[in-house]
Design a protein around this ligand. Structure first.
Ligand code: FES
Length: 107
């Protein structure tokens, strides 16, 4: 398997209702992961990129959180409708989507 150009990690951590940290899954991260997964399939992105659902990445209250390596870019508050922009602008054209990027004090 060739090394991917970029690896997209989508937090799908769940916690019980009312948990003080909240969770990305509570904020809709499964929809985000599914949107990435569908786009990877439809657009044949698996040949060049990797996609992984993962546990907590840290900033739970501001999720859904998405991390892109090796660029070390974290996106917060990602919704399914943002996925195409992340793919088109960041994965395919190396231009991170600034409006979704975590502020410096977070990441
Ligand atoms: S639950 Fe997703 S960042 Fe913590």
């Amino acid at each position: 398997m060739p090394r991917p150009k970029k690896h997209v990690l989508v937090c799908v951590q769940a916690r019980p209702p009312g948990h003080p940290r909240g969770s990305c899954q509570e904020n809709g991260s499964m929809n985000v992961f599914n949107a990435f997964s569908t786009a990877f399939q439809v657009r044949n992105l698996w040949a060049s990129f990797a996609l992984t659902n993962t546990g907590c990445l840290g900033p739970c209250h501001d999720g859904p959180s998405v991390l892109v390596y090796p660029d070390d870019v974290m996106y917060l508050g990602v919704q399914a409708e943002d996925v195409q922009a992340i793919i088109d602008e960041h994965l395919l054209n190396d231009r991170p989507v600034e409006r979704l990027m975590a502020p410096k004090e977070v990441w």
